[in-house]
Design a binder for this molecule. Structure first.
Ligand SMILES: [Zn+2]
Length: 144
């Protein structure tokens, strides 16, 4: 594996190297990271596959740092961030009392009807600590 790392550092690209050594690109990236190698940015053009997206969200919710995941999956921080935002995981990661994670979905309990709902069911409110209104959009509609 040292040879693989050396060849990567000398400028060879990771995908053909992984093929040559009979490992998946993800395994390859993990090995490079373990060896302390900073992956070269790939210009952010690469999009995550659906399977990778699911893994990224899962690992992120499990507490992995965005920097680490971006390097592991070979995408830019921006791409990673967009992926997490789409999955509703970024808000969830800003852990605030009252927000829980069910599967990969962050939820919060409405202060009016006490129903636990996905975060998408709460309107934004920047004055609130968690950035959302305390009651759900259904209650918000009926009370105004
Ligand atoms: Zn409600």
């Amino acid at each position: 594996m040292n040879e693989l790392v050396e060849r990567y550092l000398s400028g060879e690209s990771s995908v053909p190297l992984a093929q040559e050594y009979g490992v998946t690109p993800a395994t390859m990236r993990r090995k490079l990271l373990k060896a302390g190698v900073v992956m070269r940015p790939r210009g952010g053009k690469r999009k995550l596959s659906l399977a990778d997206e699911a893994n990224v969200v899962e690992q992120f919710l499990a507490g992995e740092k965005q920097e680490y995941l971006a390097a592991l999956y070979g995408v830019t921080r921006r791409t990673l961030c967009r992926t997490l935002e789409r999955a509703g995981a970024v808000r969830a990661a800003r852990w605030i009392e009252g927000i829980h994670i069910v599967g990969a979905i962050a939820v919060k309990r409405c202060s009016s009807c006490w129903v636990t709902r996905p975060l998408a069911d709460f309107h934004d409110d920047s004055s609130k600590r968690d950035g959302m209104r305390s009651n759900c959009r259904y209650c918000a509609t009926t009370s105004t």
